[in-house]
Design a protein around this ligand. Structure first.
Ligand code: NAD
Length: 490
């Protein structure tokens, strides 16, 4: 039996055992066996981590550092992550089953680009002079950091989601305490030991591990945490925002989705089939923007569906350690059981399965292949609620107004795909779709320069781009009298 790795949490640039002595387990989902134990951090541990971040901000060099110097440190972080991409990728694969090809290459390219992009922004986030109507006043606006910021992460892409938060949070001048998901904490902790090579100021980045309603909520409510950036499900986000509201703290929320893929009758069928499949199945549906609602025009439904099934049937589901695998395991047992229950419930409601991913079940590990239900009514649970697994539903429609209504008729608004050769129509539709990101004849693209975020219950606030930096800063308006005079108060 292989040895179980015991992690410590990271605060003040040191490793700590949990003060309660309690740990929780993490399984390798490719075999369904425990491989690591993580500290179950409580208030005492959170106090240590937040105190370290606070002291790095107020007493350490970080709070006094020139923005350009911060930028140079961000460059170092990007370089170290890029250099260790494979190591980080391997540990994430072991922890949540994600295929190495879906992690490692991005850590040497567009994801680490975040550090270079925001490094450049550090000394360019200029304030402005306001032409106020008050006479003899010089009124200027500055952007300032919040101080200690808490970053709360999901399990599907711990390092990816962390980078999108960490780069702008640090570039803005904050210090951070990270709380990764209890279902995938190992890569974040491993990253801390890798970042020791970047020689960061003590206490700049801290990590506590534990469960959402306990460790997460306690961290959010800590008096010295001034802002929160949360990525997770809509239910978890709603609970986290209640915690934040107790102390009136700003929070940005990147939450779940149930994104529509709208296929017009004039779409390029091969392109749209490839786009729809790529938009959900290669990552086993573990993406917030999974296009799980396939809304195909009635006239091409049969042709589209046949091609779709042809493509998904070829996909090889298996261990992430086998380089020929195209779809890896479900990331953890709870999610596996949740997805299975959703498939069983849909069957009980009489919905028709076109392909049943349960046939990919293996003697060990958590495997479900592409699963597609046909003719799903829009009000059905399958069309309305996020499954976060390789399960898609097909619905048909006949006219443009009808499909806009169907597409917008969920609580979510994260992303949407539009497939048509008619650009005018595509733009007309994109304007009417209630989602933070719309893809026309492509899907799944993202870049550091382009802000992402949700409409409706998919969240608020933005990550990436100019807006991503603003999320981690607040403005200060200063009034300087150029000809000081004050009339008698009474
Ligand atoms: P989750 O909401 O269960 O947990 C996310 C994080 O929040 C975890 O670290 C968890 O411990 C913490 N948490 C949960 N309840 C909390 C509470 N009451 N107080 C404080 N913290 C709490 O989500 P998950 O299952 O880990 O992740 C999957 C979800 O994340 C999916 O819904 C997916 O769509 C979403 N997601 C969104 C994006 C995006 O950018 N919009 C990206 C990735 C994942």
């Amino acid at each position: 039996m292989s040895e179980i790795k015991i992690f410590k949490y990271y605060a003040g640039s040191n490793w700590h055992e949990p003060s309660s002595g309690k740990y929780f387990e993490s399984e390798d989902p490719s075999i369904g066996k425990v491989w690591a134990k993580l500290p179950n951090c409580n208030l005492d541990d959170i106090n240590i981590a937040v105190k370290s971040a606070k002291s790095a901000y107020y007493d350490g060099p970080w709070g006094k550092m020139h923005p350009a110097e911060r930028g140079r440190i961000l460059h170092r972080i990007g370089d170290v992550i890029s250099k260790n991409a494979e190591k980080i990728g391997n540990i994430e694969t072991k922890d949540n089953g994600k295929l190495p090809k879906n992690i490692t290459p991005s850590l040497t390219s567009w994801q680490t680009e975040s550090f270079y992009y925001y490094a450049g922004m550090c000394d360019k986030f200029e304030g402005r002079l306001i032409p106020s109507e008050v006479p003899n006043m010089h009124n200027y606006l500055k952007w300032e950091p919040f101080g200690v910021v808490a970053l709360i992460l999901p399990w599907n892409s711990p390092i990816g989601t962390l980078i999108w938060k960490l780069a702008p949070a640090l570039a803005s001048g904050n210090t951070v305490v990270i709380k990764p998901s209890e279902r995938a904490s190992c890569s974040t902790l491993e990253l801390m030991s890798i970042l020791e090579e970047a020689d960061l100021p003590e206490g700049l980045i801290n990590v506590v591990t534990g469960f959402g309603p306990t460790t997460g909520a306690t961290l959010i409510e800590h008096d010295d945490v001034r802002m929160i950036s949360f990525t997770g499900g809509t239910k978890g986000g709603s609970a986290a925002s209640l915690s934040a509201s107790k102390k009136v703290k700003p929070i940005i929320m990147e939450l779940g989705g149930k994104s529509p893929q709208i296929i017009f009758s004039d779409a390029d069928i091969n392109l749209s089939v490839n786009g729809v499949v790529s938009g959900i199945f290669p990552v086993a549906g573990h993406s917030c923007i999974s296009g799980s609602r396939i809304l195909v025009h009635k006239n091409i439904k049969d042709e589209f569906t046949n091609k779709l099934l042809e493509v998904v049937k070829k996909a090889k589901v298996g261990s992430p350690n086998d380089p020929s695998t195209q779809i890896g395991p479900i990331a953890n047992k709870e999610q596996y059981e949740f997805i299975l229950s959703k498939i069983e419930d849909a069957e009980k409601r009489g919905l028709k399965l076109l392909i049943d991913g349960r046939k990919e079940n293996k003697s060990e590990g958590y495997y479900i292949g592409p699963t597609i239900f046909d003719n799903v009514p829009n009000e059905d649970d399958l069309a309305q609620n996020e499954i976060f697994g390789p399960v898609a539903s097909i619905q048909t429609w006949e006219d443009e107004n009808e499909v806009i209504k169907i597409a917008n008729d969920t609580i979510y608004g994260l992303a949407a795909g539009i497939w048509t050769k008619d650009t005018n129509k595509a733009i007309r539709l994109a304007d009417k779709i209630e989602a933070g990101t719309v893809y026309i004849n492509n899907y799944f693209n993202a870049s550091t320069q382009s802000p992402v975020g949700g409409f409706k219950q998919s969240g608020y606030g933005r990550e990436n781009g100019w807006e991503g930096m603003q999320s981690y800063m607040q403005t200060k308006s200063t009034w300087l009298a150029t000809n000081p005079s004050q009339s008698d108060p009474f």
